[in-house]
Design a protein around this ligand. Structure first.
Ligand SMILES: Cc1cc2nc3c(=O)[nH]c(=O)nc-3n(C[C@H](O)[C@H](O)[C@H](O)COP(=O)(O)OP(=O)(O)OC[C@H]3O[C@@H](n4cnc5c(N)ncnc54)[C@H](O)[C@@H]3O)c2cc1C
Length: 411
């Protein structure tokens, strides 16, 4: 019987693990002895960097299916020809000692090697009323919900002074607030006389984009001010009810739609697991943890960044290390040469509305339309890495066309 390599989560980290392992197994002729099983609660892989654009695309430009085609990609399409099997299941429990996981359909899956790539979930920090009254932007369905809520409210002729509040001025809050401001200026509501939309961004720390370069933070701050986004820094949200957000200085802010982008935490299935070591191992050399769901500290005790590129690298490291263990099991080598994961200063891109972005590569910053072009190329490169080239180019062009038309009059 074939041994099972089980990978849970077909996000950035899990998909990369599956693809890397499948190539290795084929190259060394081990495919007849090992099967790779990829499991996810969704049948698709989500490209999160375009979620904010999906949330702010007019319905006449793209319907839900049109958006789904360009933001999410069917996992089986990405696995074509790889030999990796895919199951759509929600995992409920993991037993590392017994080497088995349980699905919500009461199925038990046994494994010989495991990669946990379950990602993160929204962190509400136990703020009273926040979970119940806010929208989040983590999954594709969240983007559709935001767009639906905003369009329904804004087309309501009874409302004249429309208030959107975004909690959290990290990259997601910033890109969403700036894109939304542009998008809303094109919506019918603002063509009615006496109608106004206020976008308020609330951040608990002193500055926007905490943890990112101060230089970028300052530039972004200027854009926020120029676009008339109401920014409240050094203000923590203490509680929320159906109409108001309450702040730590006793003030409150009214809202019609509240979106929370203030933080994530490891997926609850992974949060109680041990810290991963530098080989991405959680439990001897059979169970590995990768991506946003892990607890990992580098040599200087800094956590790994929660970024797609970091997740992809970790997914690859786990796959290579499982392969090292397989080589020993198969008598192909005497001792594993495990590869260590070392986080570095990953490049990042902060979109600032329409066709503008800051692309930061170490000390180099590319801004404006050029930054936005870099963003497009990074997207294309990633989609090509997971889909057949012709399909990737088609999807990318479709996305480019939709988002271009959506902000046609924004530049
Ligand atoms: C709005 C937004 C924008 C972002 N923009 C950027 C960006 O521009 N650049 C960047 O580098 N990073 C960005 N990120 C961060 C990036 O998305 C994450 O770092 C990355 O997704 C982490 O990859 P992962 O594989 O750990 O998790 P994910 O990609 O989240 O994958 C986890 C997978 O696990 C599955 N899963 C979860 N629970 C279960 C379960 N119980 N059973 C079965 N399957 C389950 C999920 O369906 C999902 O497919 C963004 C994130 C968000 C939310």
């Amino acid at each position: 019987m074939k041994k099972t390599i089980l990978i849970i989560g077909s996000g950035f980290a899990g998909l990369r693990s599956a693809k890397t392992l499948s190539r290795r197994l084929k190259r060394f002729g081990f495919s007849d002895r090992y099967r790779i099983l990829l499991v996810d609660k969704h049948a698709y892989h989500t490209y999160t960097p375009t979620l904010y654009e999906a949330a702010t695309t007019s319905e006449e430009i793209a319907d839900n299916m049109g958006l789904k085609d360009i933001v999410t990609f069917p996992v089986i399409e990405s696995l074509k020809g790889s030999g990796v099997e895919f199951f759509r299941e929600r995992i409920e429990k993991i037993d590392l000692k017994e080497k088995q996981v349980y699905t919500d359909a009461k199925m038990i899956i046994h494994y010989d090697f495991l990669v946990l790539a379950l990602g993160a979930e929204v962190n509400y920090y136990d703020i009273a009323g926040l979970r119940e009254n806010s929208l989040s932007l983590k999954e594709f369905s969240d983007a559709l919900r935001i767009r639906y809520e905003i369009i329904s409210a804004i087309t309501d002729e009874k409302i004249h002074d429309y208030k959107i509040v975004i909690g959290g001025a990290g990259p997601t809050g910033i890109e969403l607030a700036l894109e939304m401001k542009l998008w809303l200026s094109n919506l019918p509501c603002l063509r009615r006389s006496g109608c106004a939309v206020t976008v308020t961004l609330i951040q608990s720390s002193e500055r926007v984009l905490p943890g990112f370069s101060k230089r970028v933070g300052k530039r972004v701050l200027k854009i926020i001010q120029k676009k008339n986004i109401h920014l409240l820094t050094s203000h923590a949200i203490t509680s929320v009810d159906k109409e108001k957000v309450y702040l730590d200085d006793g003030e409150s802010v009214d809202y019609d739609v509240l979106i929370w982008t203030g933080g994530v935490k490891p997926n609850s299935l992974m949060s109680n697991l041990p810290e991963v070591n530098s080989y991405m191992q959680i439990y001897d050399n059979t169970a590995y943890g990768v991506g946003d769901g892990i607890r990992f500290l580098d040599e200087s005790k800094k956590p790994a960044p929660k970024m797609a590129r970091a997740a992809i690298e970790q997914g690859m490291v786990a796959a290579l290390n499982i392969f090292e263990a397989i080589k020993v099991n198969e008598g192909y080598s005497l001792k594993e040469k495990f590869k260590a994961y070392k986080p570095w200063r990953y490049p990042y891109i902060i979109p600032v509305g329409g066709k503008r972005a800051y692309a930061v590569f170490g000390p180099i910053m590319i801004s404006g339309v050029f930054g936005w072009l870099v963003k497009g190329l990074v997207e294309l490169e990633y989609i090509i890495s997971i889909l057949p080239v012709y399909k990737a180019i088609r999807v990318w062009l479709k996305g480019f066309w939709i988002f271009m038309r959506n902000n046609k009059i924004k530049v």
